[in-house]
Write a protein that binds this ligand. Sequence first.
Ligand code: 0O2
Length: 267
Amino acid sequence: MEIQLWREILDPYVLAVDEIMIKFEHMKTSYRNKGLYSPIEQVMGRVKTISSILEKAQKKQIPLERIEEEIDDIAGIRIICQFVDDIYRVVEMIKQRNDMKITSERDYVAERKESGYRSYHMNILYTVELSDGPKELTAEIQIRTLAMNFWATIEHSLQYKYKKNMPENLKKRLLNASEAIVVLDEEMSEVREEIMDAQNSFQAKASIVADILTNIQNLYKVANKREVLKIQDEFLKIYETEDIMQLTRFHKELDMISEGYRAQSLK
Ligand code: 0O2
């Protein structure tokens, strides 16, 4: 197939990956903006390379004209979570969406592959709007923890290096490592509440500080400069104490001051 034709085939998948990634990134930031823990830690995406498509087509004996129908991971999205429970929360979130129609799911977290690979796979139908109208295409979403991703990345490079001839002792070591990853994920889940508390209070503090700084910046436009400098000094003193209660109280007081100026400006 000519390069130009490949470009025509792959372009809609590039758009799909970009759009889907933005949507998941938005989910992540909307949790964080509310000062909440996000089950999504990281979002990645890629369109399969031409050589990788050809390799898969050859392996699965797919004729070139049926590539789009038969290869369902031309568009691939990877969602990385901190904890195993988060994987299932993300799965539920995807199921609630109207713009992603799930066609199949494979839970390699509950039942890992022979290689030791663990991840949750979902195939979806997604519609992109092109210059000549809408196009529905398939995409694969892989959802896994940071630890599962670490294992899969290393194993993938070794698979690439050895092709089908991975030495038996290396396969065994990878299986052992995969078991260690299961234990690591379980251990992390045990301390999940504590980790989440720490992260939640970090997020909450970050969101309060961001709000305070925006308020101070806006006050510079409407209030007396000396008064704003006094507020700013007070904020810095409270910030240094690292006392979240004091910071929250200051945040509320500042909100009232800003509200007062806003009301005055409307008169
Ligand atoms: P790349 O480079 O990741 O894009 P199927 O068996 O087809 O019904 P499955 O398992 O979802 O269903 O499909 P497939 O084609 O075996 O695997 C799809 C993708 O899952 C792979 O993409 C890998 O990303 C990942 N994967 C599946 N099995 C393994 C494994 O044993 N080890 C690792 N590291 N990854 C795996 P590709 O095609 O490898 O390409």
